[in-house]
Design a binder for this molecule. Sequence first.
Ligand code: IMP
Length: 187
Amino acid sequence: MNLYKPEYVHCNGERFKVYLTDEEIQSRVRQIGKKISSDFLDKKPIFIGVLNGAFIFLSDLMRYVDIPCEVDFLKLSSYGDDKVSSGEVTELKQIDAEIRGRHVILVEDIVDTGLSIKFLVEKLKRSEPASLSTVTLLHKTEKTQHDVQLDYVGFRIASLFVLGYGLDYAQEGRNLAQIYILDGDSD
Ligand code: IMP
């Protein structure tokens, strides 16, 4: 398969450069998939992906999981067309699955302020799952203001705007196979 992974890309008039390569991402996602497989042996977990951003991460992650599992999705409002969080969370789509008594793994693309994941953990806990774990591909550690429980983290990153591998800038760039930052930004 020929993945879309240029070294530089223009998105909404701004130039971005590679930050995490396809190989780095796949190697880390594979590790997390293996760890989840051993942690949830005989538990048939249900992955709940947060749309839109987590769809690519979750589809790769699930294929590295080699135990029986299920999947469902919910959707939150995005940043809009901006590069900073609006500070509000709106639920646009709810899960269909019954999660009471199930082992739930909530899958996020990125934790920034932590508002979204905090909101979702509190909401899902009200359905009384047997357990609730969280996984995020990226965590902007210095930006996180809320007290969040993160069980599996792909990469801890600086407070940079990132693009690609499911993450968008005004809805564009999700199809990039690698993760990019603004050309000029650095760790
Ligand atoms: P939080 O609620 O502030 O933690 O933001 C989480 C959500 O904001 C993520 O699920 C993403 O949809 C979006 N987001 C946060 N940082 C970025 C970024 O750097 N690029 C693209 N989307 C982002």
